[in-house]
Design a protein. Structure first.
Length: 135
């Protein structure tokens, strides 16, 4: 079996995993949640209006303040919806699985024994912005 065939087999196994299935269902639920989609649309329109207002010279400080408050309120509403909470939980679980897979692959690339290697226990998200230092 070639490396690419092995990766395809891994992809098929990932799609059978409970974490992937929960994520796929949560993503679909988000897509079908009309209230959530309206909230996301309102957020995007408000953000664009804020960006346009901030580009004006001179800026209407009161309007910028009002749009910022509106943006925060819409964001809070969107992020606290049950669909979004379920999605974020499912995504975090799937990301954890993918981080474990990447950890094993990287250790193998560095020479670890593929038969005995275990995922590293550090909590690397893959983003250096949220990093407190390398493992």
């Amino acid at each position: 079996m070639s490396v690419l065939e092995s990766v395809r087999a891994l992809g098929a196994e990932i799609q059978k995993d409970e974490r992937f299935i929960r994520f796929a269902k949560a993503r679909l639920a988000n897509d079908n949640d009309k209230e959530l989609q309206e909230g996301i649309g309102e957020f995007n329109v408000t953000r664009m209006n804020l960006e346009q207002e901030m580009e004006k010279d001179p800026q209407d400080e009161e309007k910028v303040k009002q749009l910022n408050e509106q943006l925060r309120a819409v964001y809070s509403k969107v992020m606290s919806s049950k669909s979004m909470l379920d999605y974020n939980t499912a995504k975090a679980d799937l990301d954890s699985l993918l981080n474990d897979i990447n950890s094993v692959i990287m250790q193998c690339v560095e020479g670890a024994d593929p038969k005995t290697v275990e995922p590293e226990t550090h909590n690397c998200t893959g983003s250096c912005e949220s990093c407190g230092g390398c493992h």
